[in-house]
Design a protein around this ligand. Sequence first.
Ligand SMILES: [Zn+2]
Length: 468
Amino acid sequence: MKKGMATIGTVLCSIIIVVLALTLVSTTWANSGKPGADSAAGQDALGQNALAKYVIYINWDACAYRYYEWANSPGQPGTPNLNYLASRGALFTNARNGIPGITNPMQTSIVTGTWPAVHGNTYRYYDPVENLVKETGRHNDAETIAEVVEKSGLPCASVQQFMLQERGTYPDDPYHLYIQPGAGWLKRVAEAEKILNLKPVFGMNGKMITPAERPTFMAIYADDLDAAGHNASPGYGFSVARDYDSWKAKMTKLMIDMDEGLGNLIDALKKLGIFEETAIILTADHGMTPYWGPSSLQDLIKTVESLGYKCEFLGKNGRASKNTDIVLVSAGLSVQFYFRNAISDAQYKALIDTLASKPYVGGYFTADDLKKEGAHPSLGSLMIWPEPPNHFHTSGKLIGLGGQHDSGEESSRHVFMLISGAGVKQGVVIDSPVQIIDAAPTMSRLMGLRQPANATGRVLYEALVVDE
Ligand SMILES: [Zn+2]
């Protein structure tokens, strides 16, 4: 190689390095700090155009799909606002949650776009190393949709969507505001309206805080349906139902009430003149399965022990005794199995066959099934759930009925899901199966942003005005 060429080559290399460095600096600059005036350009690193200027994610905790069917059945007033949004969007008639169907793991799945195996939140589990039953609280190893919005330099907000607290939204940050107004859905809609109008809201630290910009992404969480569905106390002013028919009537009425509150939000968006630019996605973490009568737990333990195992049921913070072969853990419906000693394939199969023959067992997931469902390995090596109205609580439900949702049964797994507005096809009913982990990637696409880093769900292109 000639000397002169080497010099030219060095100069070219230096120029390329400087250009790359400048590009890196400008990219880093653009992605840091507070959102600027031009930050709503709606372009991400892939250069996709945003389909919606604003995305509102509503979570109605425990909104079983069948509540929607009940509210719109003959003789009922129906849900005019949900139906209006459906006429301007896509209704999913086959949306399912994951395992376990419990609030924190599933709320985490929706905002991260992935299952507990990835984000690590699996609620209650037995840790064999410490011989202790633990709970995962608000643990989350995966990036949230709000963190994506925040890192993209865009404003966001969360009205009590607690899995976004300190995870993309913060009590003291007017650009990425987290508030927790309590009360019910109506109050939370009223607070969301204030945020959209850049009016002061009551912050978590006892002082008023004014949102700095209208959020590109806003989450609103409401647990009215969950409280009423559990039927344990008159939460949010709903009476405790004494039998299944009155429980069903209560849930139908509440679904219609929730719809009215949704109307307030639609009106507010129209008044502001941003309804046409906004996409709304509404879904839930799980449904609700009513249960009543004596508990089947003692018979379950007896059945396991009849096969020669020492079996022990443990609650939170429980520890197994020395000779226990199988630890059982439950949140009321499903029972998780932990084998403390090696078990052969034949023994495993014999155990399942024996349990499955019991009339109170509704179904089961083997270790392989659980893996396919995206369950966390800590959930155990076998999960069974009861045939409604049976249950595995430590005591019977001899008066009235309760509701619980940690089940593989349809009433717990089949959830409501709707996407409507900007960027969404109009009046589409999608009967093919979708999962709640598809919500976050779809919201990312609507905003023209990248998906949360750990997302394993997919963009629901069948509902959008663009193709893959
Ligand atoms: Zn829930």
